[in-house]
Design a protein around this ligand. Structure first.
Ligand SMILES: *[C@@H]1O[C@H](CO)[C@@H](O)[C@H](O)[C@H]1NC(C)=O
Ligand SMILES: *[C@@H]1O[C@H](CO)[C@@H](O)[C@H](O)[C@H]1NC(C)=O
Ligand SMILES: *[C@@H]1O[C@H](CO)[C@@H](O)[C@H](O)[C@H]1NC(C)=O
Ligand SMILES: *[C@@H]1O[C@H](CO)[C@@H](O)[C@H](O)[C@H]1NC(C)=O
Ligand SMILES: *[C@@H]1O[C@H](CO)[C@@H](O)[C@H](O)[C@H]1NC(C)=O
Ligand SMILES: *[C@@H]1O[C@H](CO)[C@@H](O)[C@H](O)[C@H]1NC(C)=O
Length: 384
């Protein structure tokens, strides 16, 4: 799961010179890459995946991620759910909008209650990335984040993400370099799934999807604003945050238990999940660390990652005002993104690790000139 040097060099070179020979997107405004069992489409805004088609149990290609039909709506949506984009340079929350680096305290923008979310203003999911390479089965986006343009983040950072497809697998590889100053770096791909493409006539809620994280018995306790408190808890078998002790749990296995309504905070108004699960003691670098599945479509999605955990967010905030894409839903039955009808799965390092030296994640989250941050994950799709 490590980068080969030639690939690193190619990515770095493309990022530095800026490819002029990249064609424009297709007529639908998207860049499309495909392999035998998968088709993925992207836009430069946020380095966003807009559509991901995989085979269901009937052999039909279904679109299993959230998004919009109109590519021009991504920058306009005031809700900006970071649909399948790359938030950066420090994803998720920074507690109380501050952190200390080499004795100096930096203030970041409080755009989520008392905290910073996804690096605040000018975060990477709001920017148009440069397409620096494009082939039938892969695409690379690059970005130069100038010092302090994400407020409170020192030094220039150059980053790239390469998406590729092979068989029925979607690969994601990122690199980032701090060019002239030490800075926090924590990246993720913020992918939102509904493996039924909202075509289950009985429900578009996410609760019946299967979810298994065999190496994630421990998780970070969150406060009412979904900020880690610092405590690492162990989920008792069968309890709300247990997805490790049985391969047979659904996302909603605990939805009748006390505490599920407030499990993601907001003083009881956030049902389900918005927290970080540690991945520990996996038997091999390429072990599957998470399986999401749906009995209705038959689709399975297996995550492999080099990251030490994963954020699960079960879309409490979706309030039914956003339309589904025309590739999803059933006319007259499922037409909107309703509450708790999707799940975002974000492989990443410990959120707010820069404020929790006791977790010993600082080395993995503070990067300086001459070092290359790397991140790698893949999703392999199959059938139950
Ligand atoms: C935000 O901080 C203020 C001042 O410390 C505190 O009173 C308030 O409860 C905090 N809000 C949340 C949601 O934690
Ligand atoms: C990200 O930046 C945009 C543009 O500056 C801003 O409108 C938005 O509020 C920021 N997002 C968050 C989550 O703060
Ligand atoms: C960084 O940005 C913030 C907010 O725009 C500003 O207050 C601060 O002075 C900037 N710092 C530097 C070193 O430019
Ligand atoms: C929907 O629910 C009904 C009643 O429980 C059941 O008979 C039917 O098989 C379900 N349909 C699907 C597609 O699961
Ligand atoms: C999961 O379900 C399978 C198939 O029904 C069953 O054989 C297995 O015992 C179950 N595992 C657990 C841990 O419940
Ligand atoms: C969760 O959803 C409920 C109901 O729509 C809403 O009132 C609440 O503000 C949401 N909370 C969060 C943190 O998204």
């Amino acid at each position: 799961m490590k980068f080969s040097l030639p690939l690193l060099a190619a990515v770095a070179e493309a990022a530095v010179i800026g490819r002029q020979d990249v064609p424009p997107p297709g007529d639908d405004g998207r860049y499309t890459i495909s392999a035998d069992g998968i088709k993925a489409q992207f836009i430069p805004y946020g380095a966003t995946l807009t559509n991901l088609f995989v085979k269901d149990k009937h052999g039909e290609d279904i679109d299993v991620v959230l998004g919009y039909d109109d590519v021009d709506y991504y920058p306009e949506d005031p809700g900006h759910p970071v649909y399948n984009a790359i938030p950066g340079r420090y994803a998720n929350r920074i507690g109380n909008g501050k952190y200390t680096l080499d004795g100096k305290t930096y203030l970041t923008e409080k755009n989520d209650g008392n905290n910073t979310l996804h690096s605040g203003t000018n975060n990477w999911s709001y920017r148009v990335w440069e397409v620096t390479d494009f082939k039938d089965d892969s695409i690379t986006f690059s970005i130069l984040d100038k010092a302090n343009s994400s407020q409170g983040m020192p030094g220039d950072v150059k980053a790239s993400v390469t998406y590729s497809v092979e068989g029925s697998t979607w690969n994601i590889k990122m690199t980032a370099e701090a060019l002239d100053h030490k800075t926090p770096l924590l990246l993720t791909q913020h992918t939102y799934f509904n493996l039924d493409a909202y075509r289950n006539p009985n429900t578009s809620k996410i609760w019946d999807h299967g979810l298994y994280l065999p190496y994630s018995q421990r998780y970070l306790e969150g406060d009412q604003g979904a900020l880690p408190t610092g405590k690492i808890l162990t989920a008792a078998p069968g309890s709300i945050n247990d997805f490790a002790s049985s391969p047979n749990f659904t996302v909603g296995h605990a939805r009748n238990q006390d505490g599920f309504e407030g499990n993601c905070g907001a003083d009881g108004a956030c049902e389900g999940y918005n927290g970080f699960f540690l991945i520990e003691d996996k038997p091999a670098d390429d072990a599957v660390v998470l399986r999401l599945s749906s009995a209705f479509s038959g689709v399975t999605a297996d995550l492999r990652t080099d990251q030490p955990g994963v954020v699960l967010y079960s879309c409490n905030w979706s309030d039914g005002s956003a339309d589904l894409k025309s590739t999803q839903g059933i006319e007259g039955v499922n037409e909107k993104v309703i509450r708790s009808s999707c799940i975002a799965i974000e492989a990443q390092d410990f959120p707010d690790g820069i404020n929790h030296p006791e977790w010993e994640r600082t080395d993995a989250q503070i990067w300086g000139p001459g070092e290359t941050y790397t991140w790698e994950s893949s999703w392999t799709f199959g059938l139950l």
